[in-house]
Design a protein around this ligand. Sequence first.
Ligand SMILES: Cc1ncc(C[n+]2csc(CCOP(=O)(O)OP(=O)(O)O)c2C)c(N)n1
Length: 634
Amino acid sequence: MTDTTKYPLLEGITGPSDVHKLTRPQLHELCTEVRQAILDNVSKTGGHFASNLGTVELTVALYATFSLPPDKVCWDTGHQAYPHKMLSGRLSQFDSLRQTGGISGFLRLTESEHDHWGAGHACTAISAALGYAVARDKLGTGERVVAIAGDAAMTGGMAWEALNNAAALETDLTVVLNDNNMSIANSVGSFSHHFAKLRSRPWFQEAENRVKRAVERLPKPVVKAAAGFKHGVTHYFAPEDTGAIFEELGFEYIGPIDGHDLEVLLDVFANVRELKGPVFVHAITVKGKGYEVAEGDARKWHGVTPFDPEKCEMAGSSGPISYTNQFGETILALAKEDPKIVAITAAMPDGTGLTKFSKELPGQYFDVGIAEQHAVTFAAGLAAGGLKPACTIYSTFLQRGWDQVLHDVAIQNLPVRFFMDRGGLVGADGATHHGAFDISYLMMIPNFVLLAPRDTTELAEMIRFAMAYDKGPIAVRYPRGSADDSLPEGRTPIVYGKAETLREGKDVGLVGYGSTVALMNRTAQTLSEQGIEAEVMNARFAKPLDEEAIAALAKKIGRLVIAEENVAPGGIGEAILKLLHKRDLSNVHVSLHALPDRFIEHGSQSDLLREAGLTVAVFAEAAQKLAQSSTHPR
Ligand SMILES: Cc1ncc(C[n+]2csc(CCOP(=O)(O)OP(=O)(O)O)c2C)c(N)n1
């Protein structure tokens, strides 16, 4: 470590024990370096930005006061844990953040022994930490366990299920609320009002001297003293008249404290570490802290593409309209004409394309918080009550509402329209965020209609179709990004359960669904250069499948290549195989392509599609083999 290094202290940190060796002034300096390292790296790679600038002091204070290991910290979601990654020996790998083969943007049990909980979906940290705490109690290992959750994570029912359970178990557990009053968009709901009420109390700093004196008076060994500290702090910071909900639940509530005041954090954590029972520390932080524009617009700077740190400008996106924006524009236009149309998001107005809708039609718009289960049943109730709900949830997050989809929507055959963005491989967010399962997990549910568009124009048609369909639940899935514009323009209207033939051929049949239709069309172009004439079918509906058209294609050519951006079990490929079996066409030669039976990590979408074998080259080779080696099984 020399003075010439960019981050003199941070570069010398190989793990938590190195942080313990630093003096208080050095810890302050370390915070400055971590913040600079986040700016330097994320401005080059892109990634989560504002959330990480907000947790610098929290992380340094945790590292300096807890013993990691054996103590454990579970970060909720993991999108605010870059400071943790840097302090646990991964600084030098930050140039590979979220890239193919590089470090993850979230935490992974397999990435580092210091990652105690892997996530990507929100609201899981308190449950996980409670599990760790109970395991510790049973095994007698004695370490401390901390969960760190954002205020928006507290809009999810699972966080409250965990608090309820933790208080009943009365085990030693610290929950730190990282309250920046922001989700990705604004925090919503009555909890956010409750937190605001708590935030309006006198802060730790204002009573700092009083409390410091109280803390200093605590005798050691601390177990006995901790109780005194606990009561002292509770007395100072949680006067009974404010009725903090956490106290009612059985937690010792400590706060609010300034989550950027390192001195306060160090004192509080050092003492909280010794407390018995469930403790709740309420830290107020600022998303984007230290980078002015991000503080001013944390929503825009939550997740970023590479940007110029001096000019504070992100590269603008140009090019064809994205599926997300196409959804947003189309549903807004429809809802303006029909006041019965209502749009629901689970804390993702920007990601699902509903921001403009929320501004122009606030009365028809509901952001329910990170509460997908509730979003689905709420939509079911809206449908039962006579409205036309458009329930917009990413494919990966709808997994959390699966029972509600089945139990509340499908069994009652309610016309809830689901719009699932990010169907397929999403790229840099990785395994927790890929939409790899939705075709399967909806295909098996009776009453559902499933569609996927070949491009953004077809998405608009399918949205209109879905909003007009009122016989039961219907779901449209579409991928991240923009459409491949290589498809022919001649369009046929969307007809219930009907596929579309894009190109006639006689040597091999290529069947795509959603994002793979364009790949199939390109495959046909490649094959035609080799003298192979392929027929291309856009399946449009995975359920009900266009059995007549697919069976006719299979019969006509005897060779099919089928591809989908979903795992094979329960996918459209399997449905077609079953159809061939049912129609006595089992001897048709089939080459089936789908996502493999393993979790795919992060990387660029094109790298990941290649890794999964979903490319034109792979399909063309499969088609060639079928065309050349197999005879028509007539
Ligand atoms: C189940 C689930 N739904 C939606 C998301 C998308 N998401 C990622 S971060 C985030 C906001 C998190 O806010 P908060 O917990 O307050 O943490 P902060 O970003 O403010 O640090 C959301 C909605 C998710 N990760 N998981």
